[in-house]
Every structure is written in C-alpha cells, then in structure tokens.
Design a binder for this molecule. Structure first.
Ligand code: HEC
Length: 134
C-alpha cells in the first residue's frame, strides 16, 4: 500500500513537472519572460518610440521588426541566416554590430536565436506607423 501511494505521488509530481515545463515554453510566456527583457535592456534605448529609432528600426512592437529598418525586415521567423538582427548581435566584428558598444552575453544571443528558430512569437500588437521615420 505504501509503495503504491509513493508511486502515485511520484507520478503526480512528474505530471506537475511536465505541466511546468510546457508552461515555460508557451510562446507568449517565452517572449515576455525571456526575450522582451533583453530588447528592453539592450535595444530600446535606440530602437523604441519612447527613446530613439535608429536605423529606422523599431523593436517595441511586432510590426517594428516585421517591417524592419532602413534595410528591410529585421527578423525572418525560423530563419537565422536571413535575419539581420541575428547577424547584428552575433558578428561583432562587422560595422553593423549591435548593440554598437558591447557584444551581448552568449546566453542572450542564444535566447534570441532560439526565439527566431521558434518562429519569433511576439504577442505585441501595437502598430508602428506613427513612430517610424523620426
Ligand atoms: C546605442 C544605440 C543602439 C543600441 C543600444 C542598439 N542599436 Fe541597433 N542600431 C543603431 C544605429 C545607430 C543603427 C543604424 C546604423 C547602423 O546600421 O549601424 C542601428 C541599426 C540596427 C539594425 C539594422 C536596421 C536596418 O534595417 O538598417 C538592426 C537589425 C539593429 N540595429 C538591431 C539592434 C538590436 C537587436 C539591438 C539590441 C540587442 C540594438 N540594435 C541596439 C543603434 C543602436
């Protein structure tokens, strides 16, 4: 009886762990907890309507990176190679390295790459039109 109870408890806690795991990979939650803080801390200073919009690129809305900056869309969902944002954070020897001053920590680069590979989930719906081109 005791063993059965123990096993049931184990199974229940496993099921709970699974639930938590699934929750951690829920796309909106992943964006809000892992990606948005990086953009806020590292990019908004130069790429948001509250501060400045350098290179024509607005990163404070989904439409911002979809429309992109002076050189077109900044992120192509699922496609690291064709996402200028990824090149900018990864190749820090190039002229268009971002952020311009200091390379991001490896974990933040990995998270942004993961985000693009997952299809760039981004629940932010505000339009970007009025903020662009300032
Ligand atoms: C200190 C200001 C500053 C910060 C911080 C900054 N950028 Fe930029 N960014 C610029 C400027 C200026 C340009 C335009 C000139 C250039 O391309 O070098 C630009 C251009 C870009 C472009 C190219 C846009 C285009 O279409 O030409 C991308 C992509 C980009 N930034 C991504 C980022 C990301 C991602 C972050 C945060 C990890 C970031 N930047 C942080 C100043 C900044």
């Amino acid at each position: 009886m005791r063993t059965l109870l123990f096993m049931t408890l184990c199974l229940l806690s496993l099921a709970k762990a699974r639930e938590d795991e699934t929750a951690a990979y829920e796309p909106t939650k992943f964006f809000n907890t892992q990606i948005l803080p990086i953009l806020e801390n590292r990019c908004f200073e130069c790429h948001s309507k509250k501060e400045e919009i350098d290179g024509g690129l607005n990163l404070d809305s989904r439409a911002g990176w979809e429309i992109g900056g002076d050189h077109g869309p900044a992120v192509r969902p699922h496609d690291l190679k064709r996402s200028p944002l990824i090149h900018a954070i990864r190749d820090h020897d190039s002229d268009s390295a971002m952020p311009p001053d200091e390379k991001l920590p490896a974990i933040e680069i990995a998270l942004l790459e993961t985000w693009v590979l997952l299809g760039a989930p981004d629940p932010r719906t505000e339009p970007v039109a009025d903020a662009k081109g300032k």
